[in-house]
Write a protein that binds this ligand. Sequence first.
Ligand SMILES: Cc1ncc(COP(=O)(O)O)c(C=O)c1O
Length: 431
Amino acid sequence: MTALYMKKNIKNDFPIFSAEGGSASGGQAQAGKKPFVFLDSAAAAQVPQQVIDAIEEYYKSYKANVHSGIYAIGTKAVEAYENARVDVARFIGADSDEIIFTSGTTASINMLARCLEERIGAGDEIMVSRMEHHSNFIPWQELARRRNAVFGILPLEPDGTLSLDTARRHITERTKLVSITHVSHVTGAVNDVQEICRLAREAGAISVVDAAQSAPHMAVNVRTIGCDFLAFSGQKVLGPTGIGVLYGRRALLEELPPSVVGGGMVRDVRDEESVWASLPSKFEAGTPHAAGAIGLGAAVRYLEHTGGMDVLHEYEIRLANMARRALRDIPGITLYGPSEEDQTGSICSFTLRGIHPHDVAEVLSRENIAVRAGHHCALPLMRHLGISGTVRASFYLYNTGEDVERLIHGIKKVQEIFYSTNSKIKTQNHN
Ligand SMILES: Cc1ncc(COP(=O)(O)O)c(C=O)c1O
């Protein structure tokens, strides 16, 4: 067994890994079954007890609409909701009034694309890269279509990475907006978003960073990156589902119109027109997901108290590199993404010759190992790589060296099953 773990007892914080919880098929773990190995945190991270407690406390002891206010639990709810905003702001180096709660990265980017509608005109260029998640691709493609703008796509290198030279060549004074992922959710490739945002700024363009795969795994600071906007999802940073964040630089947020209007976001409503509330309420119409925000605040505090993001990042990279090295040694495997180990996040994507990714995931699931298989909402990247999908193993702070060993062992089992079946079929065909 490989003794690589971030903190010996960290799994104990996550009920899903306890004896009662946890199996790749859902429901209770069965006696005698191998321990649950969860390698799909890039899609949805597991939740520590501390987050569950924070949400439960809200529902059990002070559930109130955060717009209600005056009575005791109403005040407590507002306080907890706003404290969560302070926690999230600290987590990414922003001011709290620059944090808008949304339902996730997808909602953040769609909302932003609507708010920026009037800033984009005919012939302006909106630039994304070919490695984007559909959620950071389609909203911009649609905005370009609505505004008769040009939808530009930064081309990638053969291994699916983006070179800075390409970015330098393509971001020009015609470019009005650049939206780029910090870390690829497919290959784990890390983009130099600081430099890309600098290029955007130099060209006079607005910069947007999709931090869905970076905020959970490394120190992200909006001032250091120098972005205008940044989005991430609560459920990928150990928080609950249905909560997300849109950070915006204050000066820009103040200028932009809201995209959703209604209760809770106005200072005054007259027959002719309405006056918007100040930041961040202007962008949070309707009843917000208070329990989600409170849970997200608890998740961020948990991450900070568990060694901090630099320690976590270093640990995950060690784990992912250990997996990559072991995977490379397996005959018939193709690993995607940068070959330089220091350029990757905690994600490994691969295919096995002659075996469909769904079949790999299915057999691994029988071994109580959860991985993702498919196109990962990245069809433009899949086409670039000339494949229809991959198997993706993504690591987080609760994964261990043993989990990597189980994965490798599981893949060998997949090969045994499929290669021996294939050779039997071949032999039968010959007979
Ligand atoms: C890079 C990236 N962007 C955006 C998203 C969309 O996030 P959500 O579904 O939480 O809105 C994901 C989800 O996997 C992602 O990995």
